[in-house]
Design a protein around this ligand. Structure first.
Ligand SMILES: NC(=O)C1=CN([C@@H]2O[C@H](COP(=O)(O)OP(=O)(O)OC[C@H]3O[C@@H](n4cnc5c(N)ncnc54)[C@H](OP(=O)(O)O)[C@@H]3O)[C@@H](O)[C@H]2O)C=CC1
Ligand SMILES: O=C(O)[C@@H]1CCC=N1
Length: 273
């Protein structure tokens, strides 16, 4: 982004603020180029103090912005689109939606404007530059796809996928953060049962999980290849692994991800009361 461009984040909650922090931390833009909105604007006071623009008036934010990020809940989207409809100009703004379960076409149909819409599915690790972000569009130009990918590449890794896979990407990557966090938490609880203080157990489990992920990412190897290096014959690793599998470890993760993806496809429309 150049110094004259602004990005509006409509719906500055968990993911909207994580995105804002990530973009500023990566030096993509200054806080004063980011316009944060939410209805309870007082909750954004600490961001206003840091130099971000804040407002509860979405139309004001859209008018100033080159890139408009939609980051409300699926059930809050229709009201938001009704509000910004009069100020969306197809030739001016690029819409980026991080909203789960809402297609580019759903958004254009509601706005009745042929604006470019690019979907991005990041996760909360975006705040520390470690997101896995999936990008999809049905009408974005290559130039704008490249722009959006370049934004998300500075705050993690992005890939472009077909739009029909976005609900699957939501489950695997966006919800996935929670699934891996819960497994680290479970490992730390096991660690406490076998003798470590809770804070030590959590740190040890988290660093071990990071090492496991980096083995795959840095060596481009397969999990089973790395597991084979850990499991000594008649050893304690295979004993522990098999006990976990007898209790449904892999099956629970697979079923959870499938259920999550199904739910992601059912989130919209379901307007907030
Ligand atoms: N959390 C995550 O890890 C991820 C979430 N997503 C998607 O991002 C979206 C947001 O999720 P999340 O950040 O968790 O949800 P949050 O509830 O934390 O954030 C939504 C924000 O939108 C604001 N909001 C609601 N209505 C309006 C409105 N009309 N105008 C302006 N702001 C509004 C709310 O504040 P207020 O009530 O004050 O208006 C709230 O701060 C969802 O669609 C979700 O599917 C995608 C990837 C990852
Ligand atoms: O739980 C949710 O619905 C959102 C979508 C992805 C992450 N959080």
């Amino acid at each position: 982004m150049n110094a004259q461009q602004n990005i509006a984040i409509l719906g500055s909650g968990n993911i909207g603020l994580s995105l804002a922090k990530g973009l500023v931390a990566a030096n993509i833009c200054k806080p004063n180029q980011v316009i944060l909105t939410r209805r309870n604007v007082a909750a954004l006071d600490e961001y206003a103090e840091q130099g971000y623009q804040t407002t509860s008036v979405n139309t004001k934010a859209v008018k100033k912005a080159d890139i408009v990020v939609l980051a409300v809940l699926p059930q809050q989207l229709n009201k938001l689109l009704d509000e910004i409809k009069p100020v969306i100009k197809s030739e001016k703004q690029l819409l980026v939606s991080v909203i789960s379960g809402v297609s580019c076409e759903d958004i254009r149909k509601h706005l009745e404007v042929n604006v470019q819409v690019i979907r991005a599915m990041p996760n909360t690790a975006i705040a520390i530059g470690q997101s896995m972000t999936c990008i999809a569009t049905d009408n974005g130009t290559q130039k704008n796809i490249n722009l959006v990918r370049s934004l998300f590449d500075t705050v993690g890794v992005s890939i472009q996928i077909n739009e029909e896979l976005m609900t699957s990407a939501t489950a695997l990557c966006a919800c996935g953060i929670a699934f891996f966090l819960r497994s680290i938490r479970a490992a730390s609880q096991g660690g406490t049962e076998i003798g470590f203080h809770a804070h030590d157990a959590l740190r040890m489990a988290a660093q071990t999980a990071k090492g496991a992920a980096d083995l795959l990412l840095q060596l481009s190897s397969h999990p089973e290849q790395e597991i084979d290096k850990v499991t000594s014959p008649k050893g304690c690793t295979i004993a522990g692994l098999n006990e976990m599998e007898h209790n449904g470890f892999s099956s629970a993760m697979i079923k959870g991800i499938k259920f999550s993806a199904q739910k992601a496809g059912e989130l919209y429309p379901n307007d907030e009361a």
